[in-house]
Design a protein around this ligand. Structure first.
Ligand code: SDX
Length: 380
């Protein structure tokens, strides 16, 4: 055993791939997709164009964007096999498990390893959107509503989720949230997708690995945990005492902290600007949630910022999700609807020069020893 062996717990600080897909500038507090500032993409682009950008690491021409958009929209359509499976499992409240199951079924038997498999990538991205919106639709007692040819991806998600109608002012919020969550380097979920893809398993199974990894409250599950946290706190006045008691018990504040950002998450800034822009559509619950979240941010930063622990995107997104009607048990599932673009982009990029991901472990157990028959063991 090499005496120089060192375990990097949680792979903290370890570079596992080189990639041209995203840059997280932790000094400036900025995020770039293939060189484009995510703030500018939120302002000027669309989820369809950002998905193309992530998959190709360049912006599309006009005709490429039209072709990509129509392929994506065509793949939104669900077949009866999908709808029967959705209906059969409608009472399963774990939306991410449903999405992972449907994704694996969608890819049944396909082969992995083709870096040019755009067909699968586009189909997976679209199906994640229609599975998500149809699960919510069926859960609310409705039935599948097919997408419309004249609607954008974001419009169709709302349209299919709400049984054939949607509020126009929610489209911008949803499209901006889709752009903001689309890609973030190699967080646990993307790494899980890459580990699976590196074995040449198929793209859909690799995506399913990402979905099930995103679920945890230390990762994408934090948005749902942060919402439940705000409801538990109950009022802005209770925040200081609540934060102090959590820290005294060494518990984590959901929506705070990040493995990469040791500053304020730039995406949270954009989410807050979106909330401010659409404040007029906030109902009383959203307003109360806002007050609690702002108090939590103010007090939380006071006590945690000196340790490099700042608010992250998941502290603020629950307010926007509630505003556009995403049910609280599906906030993280919405994250997956967006992040599948990043997962697919990383999988195809990695397959260009695939290498099985198989790290080592530092053995700290017993030295080799002889087997002891049962009757000779202590206490026998
Ligand atoms: C996402 O990686 C990505 O890019 C992910 C993501 C993406 O887009 O894919 O950005 C999305 O997952 C955002 C993060 C959402 N998760 C949460 O909000 C959950 C709460 N956050 C923490 O669990 C934590 O901050 C992590 C998991 C996000 C990061 O933790 P690390 O890097 O593993 O650090 P750690 O848990 O070892 O903490 C170091 C210290 C500890 O104290 P000590 O033991 O040294 O005394 O900081 C403390 C921790 O207790 N700490 C916190 C805290 N986060 C860290 N203390 C209180 N509340 C917190 N939120």
């Amino acid at each position: 055993m090499s005496v120089h062996a060192h375990v990097f717990k949680g792979l903290e600080g370890v570079y596992v791939i080189d990639s041209a897909i995203c840059l997280i500038d932790t000094e400036k507090g900025a995020l770039y997709y293939a060189g484009y500032d995510v703030r500018e993409l939120v302002e000027k682009s669309s989820f369809e164009e950002v998905a193309f950008l992530l998959l190709h690491q360049r912006l599309p021409t006009k005709s490429e964007l039209e072709e990509f958009t129509s392929r994506l929209r065509a793949s939104l359509n669900l077949e009866s096999k999908h709808i029967e499976t959705l209906r059969k499992h409608a009472d399963n409240k774990d939306t991410l498990t449903m999405l992972a199951m449907l994704m694996v079924l969608e890819g049944g038997g396909k082969k992995g390893g083709d870096p040019g498999d755009l067909e699968a990538a586009i189909n997976a991205i679209a199906k994640m959107g229609s599975f998500f919106s149809t699960i919510i639709r069926i859960r609310s007692g409705g039935d599948y509503v097919p997408p419309r040819k004249d609607l954008s991806f974001a419009e169709n998600i709302l349209y299919m989720m709400n049984g054939g109608e949607y509020r126009r002012e929610y489209v911008e919020i949803l499209d901006d949230l889709l752009i903001l969550h689309a890609e973030h380097g190699v967080p646990a979920s993307t790494f899980a997708s890459l580990v699976t893809a590196s074995t040449l398993s198929d793209l859909y199974s690799s995506i399913a690995a990402g979905i099930l990894t995103l679920k945890g409250p230390l990762h994408g599950g934090a948005s749902e945990a942060s919402y439940a946290q705000a409801l538990r706190i109950g009022s802005a006045e209770r925040v200081p005492q609540w934060v102090e008691s959590m820290l005294a018990e060494k518990k984590k504040i959901m929506g705070f902290g990040h493995r990469v950002y040791k500053i304020y998450d730039p995406r949270a800034t954009v989410v807050k600007e979106l909330i401010a822009k659409h404040a007029a559509t906030m109902d009383s619950e959203a307003k109360k949630l806002y007050e609690i979240t702002q108090a939590l941010e103010d007090y939380g930063q006071k006590v945690l910022a000196p340790r490099g622990i700042y608010p992250n995107i998941d502290l603020w997104t629950p307010i926007l999700y509630r505003m556009i009607g995403v049910p609280p048990d599906s906030f993280t599932a919405f994250f997956a609807v967006s992040r599948i673009a990043g997962w697919a982009a990383h999988i195809l990029e990695y397959w260009r020069d695939n290498k099985l991901i198989r790290p080592l472990h530092l053995y700290v157990g017993e030295q080799p020893r002889k087997y002891l028959p049962l009757e000779l063991r202590e206490g026998s």
